[in-house]
Design a protein around this ligand. Structure first.
Ligand code: BES
Ligand code: ZN
Length: 861
């Protein structure tokens, strides 16, 4: 077992396997006036042993009655709550015999406002505020709606019914089987039984909806549900979902087992989306596309999220992880499959090229901290489970799958997946089960190869040198912080597929297994690069000589270097400079070689890396020189792109334009700033309409250079706006001002009634990332901590209020952050805090080490 804590103590939180739920029949009666609900449930159980006690999960639920029926006997019992454990024990007067039994409960609960369990979400209808009832059960919150065996391996059939006001609709995993109208404006809606599934996948949503629908070739009814008035924004989602479901049916070669696939936009939603079987719920921004008002970027995001959640219908719902330790089997896979599907549906978007920027690089970043965790990690308490929904489970998971798929070949990989899914349908699996299926099909040693990748933290830095026609490769765990490098002694060796290629175009593949490997390399190459297309989950450190030789082909855009290759060279140069392997001025010089490049990911990466550098040198004397450097670097590509979309231009160019102009604006390029301000004024006056692709960047440039006048404008605009995507753009602008007084108002606004709880963390994140707002954001978080705990502790968004602390750059701040959480509630934030503090110290060490060199570099220009 992976991880440090002994599995013995950990397992104690798991429920007994001797009590097996076969079927739940549950009836709910929500009260939308008092925000409460009552319910009854009948659970058919299989008992493997005689017992006097039945233990289930339950949180914030009051059990009103309990009885157990076995044969002709009815046994009454006592309810013992164990609040801390989120459990309830039903203790019976006499032993219940091994075999079948039926447990009958009635209970009451709260329709809470915390976006978890069974909660309420507000929407407007005919000028009045209404509340819908919504569920969000993953990971461990089904227990907040009804007592249950709330673990992924306790799969069962669920049959639900609801008594609700007649003018409302209820959506659940399956189709309605019966509707009974009552007097007094109520109806009872009964749903057909679900397939055998885990409790975290159950869902029900009760409210007023509009919907549009379509059908797949297999006759699955696909419906998009939105709150009234938003039907027009559902069309893109419908088209995408239908095609996506058809694609997966073919890809996995297993039919989607339910008659309906519903996608529902929820106004208040903690996560981005949730894959409930047959009833996927979404944040509005992750589902709605307004043909006139949505950016290309957001449209792509919607497609990726839909593809992610629909992949879960197989990977997660049909086959489920045995325990949360294997969460990555859900999330890593869905994060991989979303690219496979979107690439199929929208080949012109080239999403695989973007993968290295959106997932691979982010995973390499988080996993370069000593405080990362292995993909497979021991977890027990709900707070520990929440904590692993991170870039390791998602993006590293997806990246190591991509590496493996590349190694096995597309066909063997797909056939292995099919075998795995078929074999474990309606059941649970562990990571090794996947390796077994892939191994059987590919006949390659998958299990052996993958063990370190999922059971050990981190990944290798591959160092390469060439001497006398021989190439020498060595591997060692990569840590981005110099301080961590000194502290951590890690001798893990990974089985790493590495490719080596050069200007000749020839490609050599090896499987690195030892610490060092040396082999003849006879080509007379003017340059050599490792890790073609960045498919391996590694970074590469070239010898000085090899590194210097890469600038030429980068500048000439040698056709043997793909976009991903150029991206990878730049990314590693900067990260290795943070880590002390390359001096930062060398990375900056290399950046200059990208001047002719037109690749979206190359420029997006440069923007990211230079943004990190900007953050650490913001208060240095030479900072204005740095800005000039950035302007010189980005100006030519900015000129090439211009402000207007060209007819028929490729998708990536449309994404690139706001990225480049944003960097220019943020680094005081007068022309860009003037242009943005001019566009903004004309758009306000209705003289010229800003394209949705450019709105975000224009707003931010305007506010960065703005005063109270612009602030008031954005503040009012935010309050009035109803389209969530536009609201998010305005919100970013409110976080970009330079005036501290205005930023303080933005921070107050974050916790006002005008900003939904689901969005408060965004303000904290963006103000903290604004060099002028860092200290203010941290002060605000400390001041509001009690409130933040009350609203978010235990929830999906809690850690988001701490994560941006990583923007700090001094050891004092690192100590301050550590100190604060020593004396304040931080359950479930332990790893996040350690990660942030490690990053802060690394930032500080980076500046101390390279500050002088940077000063010289910028003075010499
Ligand atoms: N299963 C998750 C939703 C989730 C996240 C539940 C965290 C509980 C805790 C869902 O499939 C998901 O991964 N959603 C992502 C969006 C996705 C496109 C990356 C999210 O919510 O961030
Ligand atoms: Zn997911």
């Amino acid at each position: 077992m992976a991880g440090k804590t002994s599995s013995k103590t950990k397992l104690s939180v798991r429920l007994s396997k001797d009590i097996v739920p076969l079927k739940y029949i549950i009836h709910f009666e929500p009260d939308f006036e008092n925000f409460t609900f009552v319910g009854t449930e009948t659970i058919q159980l299989e008992l493997k042993k005689n017992t006097k006690k039945i233990r289930m999960h339950s949180a914030e639920i009051e059990v009103l009655s309990v009885e157990l029926i076995q044969g002709k006997k009815t046994i009454t019992g006592k309810t013992v709550y164990k609040d801390k454990e989120e459990e309830v024990d039903f203790e019976f007067e006499e032993a219940v015999k091994q075999g079948r039994a039926v447990l009958k409960l009635s209970f009451a609960g709260i329709l809470n406002d915390k976006m978890r369990g069974f909660y309420r979400s507000a929407y407007e209808l005919d000028g009045k505020t209404h509340h819908m009832g919504v569920t969000q059960f993953e990971s461990t919150d089904a227990r907040r709606a009804f007592p249950c065996f709330d673990e992924p391996s306790h799969k069962s059939i669920f049959e639900v019914s609801f008594k609700i006001p007649s003018d409302r609709a209820v959506i659940s995993n399956t189709l309605e089987s019966e509707v009974v109208e009552h007097q007094g404006g109520f109806k009872t809606v009964i749903f057909t039984p679900s397939p055998k599934m885990s409790s975290y996948l159950l869902a029900f949503i009760i409210g007023h909806f509009e919907s549009i629908e379509g059908k797949t070739k297999d006759g699955v009814l696909v419906r998009i549900f939105v709150t009234p008035g938003k039907k027009k924004q559902a069309e893109f989602a419908l088209e995408t979902a239908v095609k996506c479901l058809e694609f997966y049916t073919g890809y996995f070669n297993i039919k989607y087992p339910l008659p309906t696939m519903d996608l529902i936009a929820i106004p208040d939603f903690a996560a981005g989306a949730m894959e409930n079987w047959g009833a996927v719920t979404y944040r509005e921004t992750a589902l709605l596309v307004d043909p006139q008002n949505s950016s290309t970027h957001n449209k792509q995001w919607v497609a990726l999220v839909i593809a992610h959640e629909l992949a879960h219908q197989w990977f997660g719902n049909l086959v489920t992880m045995e325990w949360w330790t294997h969460l990555w089997l859900n999330e890593g896979f869905a994060s991989y499959m979303e690219y496979v599907a979107v690439n199929h549906l929208f080949p012109q978007w080239n999403v695989w090229t973007q993968f290295v920027f959106m997932d691979h690089a982010r995973a390499l970043e988080l996993d370069s901290l000593a405080n990362t965790h292995p993909i497979e990690v021991d977890v027990s308490h709900p707070a520990e489970i929440s904590e692993i929904f991170d870039d390791v489970s998602y993006a590293k998971g997806a990246s190591v799958i991509r590496m493996l798929a590349e190694y096995l070949g597309e066909k063997a990989f797909r056939n292995g997946l099919r075998k795995y899914l078929k074999r474990h349908s309606y059941a649970n699996a562990q990571t090794t089960h996947l390796w077994e299926a892939l191994e059987e099909v590919s006949k390659k040693p998958v299990k052996k190869m993958m063990t370190e990748w999922t059971r050990m933290p981190g990944y290798p830095l591959v160092s390469v040198d060439i001497t006398n026609k021989s190439l020498k490769l060595s591997q060692q765990r990569f840590l981005s912080s110099v301080i961590s490098q000194k502290k951590v002694k890690d001798s893990t060796l990974w089985l790493t597929p590495v490719s080596i290629f050069s200007n000749s175009g020839k490609l050599k593949k090896i499987l690195l297994s030892k610490k060092t490997t040396e082999f003849p390399f006879k080509e007379d190459a003017s340059w050599i690069k490792l890790n073609k297309d960045e498919t391996g989950f590694v970074r590469v450190k070239y010898s000085q000589e090899m590194f210097n030789k890469l600038a030429g082909p980068l500048e000439k855009m040698d056709k043997n270097l793909s976009e991903q290759d150029r991206f990878g060279i730049v990314r590693d140069a900067f990260v290795l400079s943070e880590a002390g392997f390359v001096s930062t001025d060398k990375a900056l010089m290399l950046a200059r070689s990208c001047i002719h490049d037109e690749s979206y990911i190359v420029w997006a990466e440069l923007a990211t890396e230079l943004g990190k550098l900007k953050n650490i040198i913001y208060n240095e004397k030479y900072y204005p020189e740095f800005e000039k450097f950035v302007r010189d670097l980005f100006s030519p590509i900015g000129k090439k792109l211009g402000w207007e979309k060209k007819t028929g231009e490729e998708h990536a160019k449309t994404l690139l334009r706001p990225t480049v102009l944003g960097v220019l604006g943020r680094n005081k390029d007068d022309e860009t700033i003037k242009k943005a301000q001019d566009f903004f004024e004309k758009d306000k006056k209705g003289l010229k309409k800003l394209s949705p692709d450019m709105k975000g960047v224009v707003y931010v440039i305007v506010s960065e250079n703005g005063t109270e006048k612009e602030f008031e404008y954005f503040l009012e605009a935010y309050k009035k706006e109803t389209f969530q995507e536009e609201k998010d753009r305005i919100l970013r602008a409110l976080c970009a001002f330079k005036d501290k007084k205005l930023l303080a108002r933005t921070l107050d606004f974050a916790f006002s009634q005008h900003v939904k709880a689901q969005d408060s963390f965004k303000i904290i994140t963006f103000v903290w990332a604004n060099p002028a707002g860092k200290d203010l954001a941290w002060e605000k978080v400390q001041k509001e901590w009690e409130e933040i705990v009350k609203k978010f502790a235990g929830g999906h968004l809690f850690s988001r209020f701490v994560k941006p602390a990583a923007n700090f750059t001094t050891n004092d701040k690192a100590d301050e952050v550590t100190g604060f959480f020593k004396t304040h509630e931080s359950k479930g934030l332990e790893r996040t805090i350690l990660q942030a503090v490690e990053q802060i110290k690394s930032n500080a060490a980076w500046l101390t080490r390279d500050g002088k060199k940077l000063q010289i570099f910028f003075a010499d220009r």
